[in-house]
Write a protein that binds this ligand. Structure first.
Ligand SMILES: NC(=O)c1ccc[n+]([C@@H]2O[C@H](COP(=O)([O-])OP(=O)(O)OC[C@H]3O[C@@H](n4cnc5c(N)ncnc54)[C@H](O)[C@@H]3O)[C@@H](O)[C@H]2O)c1
Length: 337
């Protein structure tokens, strides 16, 4: 059993804890955070299914007064684990890395950390082998994770020469009051970091893209234009997407008109946190135009990085040296058909 700890029990951390606890070959030792946040209050109300470790000792009294049992400090948690999944606020992971290094532990950081924090910039499907046995990985961001799933799927079948994207980025997660009540679009400079990140993970592909922030919280939308090496057809592209376990092809005609419909459907599936780990590709947006493959995809930003992070545990612990075998075990335990 590989022992895993989650540091930073926020939007991503609480989902990583769920994802790890669903894996039969991993043990979730506990989770750590700094104080009595809403996810920690919810953990308490759920009867503390996970042990809680406190990263800031000064807050001990307040947590204990609220009834949160504290199993130890951040360093205590780190010492009990083989791998730490660091999902703290962007930039904190780089500081925590000193603790992980002090105890010789492996750690997987999330997209908000700088790429230099890790030995390998990691994606479970695109470069699993590069993560094998490494001490520190950094996951791609939510948009990049979803984008690379689709691009890698076509790259392995057709070869991809270049990619151009337009990203409509959700401006905040649900409940992020600190981002304000907004009604505006904000345009970023070209190229978006998702395009440059894709080239770091898949250096044989050229990519560029535009990103526009939009005041919604339920998912990003990416319009993708790919120049494949081999000519292809819409039917063939749809077949590849349909065969990919982490891609869900949805039909506008069935009522999947956009982000809100997908989130509502995910709630109706009654999975943990109402999450859907899949990216969704809208079938009616898939087309081949002048030799280019064009499609629109939805990225569930809170859930999409969970499977690839679990792949990261399999890579650093060398639980499987075969990429497809590894991702399939992750998929099985996360109930991704
Ligand atoms: N929210 C998303 O949609 C999303 C998607 C993919 C990746 N990410 C990345 O995941 C990481 C976490 O983002 P998030 O949205 O979950 O943030 P969040 O603010 O919801 O959660 C971060 C948690 O870390 C805790 N924390 C801060 N300092 C800490 C410390 N020293 N020790 C322990 N805990 C500490 C905070 O209290 C908070 O609960 C970031 O790198 C982010 O870029 C976020």
């Amino acid at each position: 059993m590989v022992k895993v700890g989650v540091v930073g029990y926020g939007v991503i951390g609480l989902r990583l804890a769920t994802g790890v606890s669903l894996q039969d070959d991993m043990e979730l030792v506990g989770v750590a955070d700094v104080g009595l946040t809403l996810p920690v209050r919810a953990l308490l109300e759920r009867g503390m299914p996970y042990d809680f470790y406190l990263a800031i000792p000064d807050n001990r009294e307040k947590l204990e007064a609220a009834g949160v049992p504290i199993s130890g400090t951040l360093e205590d948690l780190v010492q009990k684990c083989d791998v730490i999944l660091d999902a703290t606020s962007a930039g904190v992971g780089a500081k925590n890395k000193e603790i992980y290094a002090k105890y010789g532990k492996k750690a997987i950081f999330q997209g908000g950390e700088s790429t230099e924090v890790a030995d390998v910039f990691f994606h479970g499907y695109a470069n699993y082998e590069e993560g094998l046995g490494k001490q520190f990985l950094k996951l791609t961001s939510c948009n990049t994770t979803g984008l690379i799933r689709a691009v890698d799927c076509l790259d392995r079948e057709l070869g991809v020469e270049n990619v151009m994207l337009t990203i409509v980025r959700r401006v905040a997660d649900p409940g992020d009051y600190h981002r304000g009540l907004t009604n505006a679009l904000k345009v970023d400079t070209v190229p978006s970091h998702q395009a440059t990140d894709l080239m770091l993970i898949m250096p044989h592909i050229k990519a560029t893209g535009v990103l526009v922030h939009t005041p919604v919280t339920h998912g990003h939308f990416i319009s993708v234009n790919i120049k494949p090496k081999k000519s292809t057809t819409t039917e063939e592209v749809l077949r590849y997407f349909n065969e990919h376990p982490r891609i869900r092809v949805v039909r506008i005609a069935d009522g999947f008109q956009g982000n809100a419909a997908i989130f509502r459907y995910a709630r109706d599936l009654a999975r943990p946190h109402s999450d859907m780990y899949d990216i969704a590709i809208f079938e009616e947006t898939v087309t081949v135009f002048e030799g280019h493959v064009i499609f629109g995809l939805h990225v569930p930003q809170e859930a999409v990085v969970i499977p690839e992070t679990v792949d990261g545990i399999r890579a650093v612990m060398e639980m499987s040296t075969d990429r497809l075998e590894a991702v399939q075990v992750t998929n099985k335990f996360l109930n991704m058909a």
